[in-house]
Design a protein around this ligand. Sequence first.
Ligand code: ATP
Ligand code: MG
Ligand code: FE
Length: 342
Amino acid sequence: SLVLGLESSCDETAAAVLRGDGTILAEAVLSQEAEHARFGGVVPEIAARAHLAALPAMVARVMARAGIGFDALAAVAATAGPGLIGGLIVGAGLGKGIAIARGLPYLAINHLEGHALTARIPGIVASGAPVFPYLLLLLSGGHCQCVAVEGVGRYRRLGTTLDDAVGEAFDKAAKILGLPWPGGPHLERLAASGDARRVALPRPLLGRDGCDFSWSGLKTAVAQRVAKGDAAASDIAASFQAAVAAVLADRAAHALAMLPGATALVVAGGVAANGAVRAALSGVAASRGVALVAPPIRLCTDNAVMIAWAGIERLNRGLVDTLGHAPRPRWPLEELRGAPGQ
Ligand code: ATP
Ligand code: MG
Ligand code: FE
């Protein structure tokens, strides 16, 4: 069965056609980064208009490349939250329009569920699709959570950030160091030529119970150190990255202890692209005897393949939505409707 997936919750416009066996017939992602860069962050109004300008033609292109008509689809899946409401309305509205026109089932997908299930797309990770339950570490620009993935639609949030998301922390630290937005990749490049031992930075919540996160104190420490003017930017970047990696490893270890039956540690989100972070997490996974599963980076960041896949998983379990489903800017994973069993 073929599902069309649409993503428009933040600053990526994306569409994809996926088959139930995991074959990607066609996909497209358009980043709006350049449009937001001069504002130093995503501007909701600009994002919504850009989705509106790009998504319909992108859908037509993706369908043409897949070589199918809308009648060949089994369902349409669109991100319906959480995210910026203007963009969500664009994607969900287009998805519903196609569903109405062709009499297809409509699937309102939670963006975080898309990230949570990506690793289960057949053939996507070499170690094989993780089976439930597994631990998801969601490390993006907007989210920083430890989630127990117990089945489709069945999630328990074990920990979250008390302030910034980890990608946001990278971006803020990078900005303080004078790097362009989004700064995560720039900071990683700068850190490569630095020495983490020359600058001491705090490791917030390291060793504390549970698996919550806090990054604002680390960001403030970076600002103070830069203001002092006695350390090389590359050394500060390296120290920041080392602190983040150490905290993430500690939090992941705690989270794994909270989910003793976990079959794998799955990472998603743009920060999963960071080499130091990956190395630290693979150390934790190895010491706990679980596999570290990291989907390819293009599927770790925002995309529509994951939305189409979540649609397939839900369609397979009869979890179809009505055309009355309203997009939700806030939509915790725990509020999802799941199927009995897995
Ligand atoms: P979401 O709505 O899922 O939070 P997002 O667009 O904010 O979406 P992603 O696209 O998953 O998130 O990730 C972007 C974030 O990842 C940015 O904060 C970016 O700086 C960070 N990032 C990307 N590559 C790296 C890297 N190599 N090292 C550190 N951070 C990175
Ligand atoms: Mg993005
Ligand atoms: Fe995302």
